[in-house]
Design a protein around this ligand. Sequence first.
Ligand SMILES: NC(=O)c1ccc[n+]([C@@H]2O[C@H](COP(=O)([O-])OP(=O)(O)OC[C@H]3O[C@@H](n4cnc5c(N)ncnc54)[C@H](O)[C@@H]3O)[C@@H](O)[C@H]2O)c1
Length: 246
Amino acid sequence: MPDRVAVVVGAGGDIGGACARRLARTHGAVLCVDRDPARVAPAGWARTLTADAADPAFADTVVAAAAGIGPVGAVVHAVAFEEHAPAVTVTRASVERSLAVGPLAALSLFRGLVAAEALAAGASLVAIGSLHATVPFPDCVGYNAAHGALAQIVRTLAHEWAPRRIRVNAVVPGWIRTAGEAGLYGDGHLDRVAALLPLGRFGTAEDVAAAVGYVCSDEAGYVSGSFLTVDGGLGASLARLPGGAA
Ligand SMILES: NC(=O)c1ccc[n+]([C@@H]2O[C@H](COP(=O)([O-])OP(=O)(O)OC[C@H]3O[C@@H](n4cnc5c(N)ncnc54)[C@H](O)[C@@H]3O)[C@@H](O)[C@H]2O)c1
């Protein structure tokens, strides 16, 4: 039995996949969870589970699978549902899906693992957050609301579970150049945008995974309730607007 297991939800995505590979360096096994079985392949260190975060049975399914492998030392929630539509026309079902896939799934999974006593001593729970938790993405009310709620869940659980020595944090990416972003905007557009970003490039999934690796390490043993931003200064770049410092 592995001494410590990591669980990554959304492991078939660019960010989730990079987190899974990063945590495989420090954990004996990684349970890679995704709704699309084609996106996650079993490997020596990777066990796979097909599950949809919006499913009410999601948390129970993941908890049972993880507990069957070994004590869980790290969990990363790296999925969101994002529909672009004006707030006046977006459907209630779309907003509900954003809330179900994001904050509700993360909360259900985290507390399911606690209730089942499936966590290893000093476990680290991580939500992949978003700058849009506080700065709204236009025409994306469900996504913005979901990330706002997720941030408050991180704070609440960090407070409530500190006596259990469970650490809860968010890693907050800026704009990460993933396959999904390339599909949405096109590589030509992204190349032009890259030059305008504060550090002259997009973030990579590995940039995010490195931060996740840190908050899941013993070196971060005193880090909880924290929001580790990995945005290359994007959130601080409002100063570049007309009237601000260059
Ligand atoms: N890409 C960015 O620029 C960026 C920026 C900030 C925050 N984020 C956040 O990072 C996280 C991951 O984003 P990404 O860009 O890597 O996404 P992605 O679309 O590349 O990957 C998401 C993965 O999750 C899986 N998935 C989607 N819905 C699911 C569900 N309901 N149940 C189970 N699996 C599901 C998909 O099959 C896919 O493999 C999200 O929370 C997103 O909000 C991304």
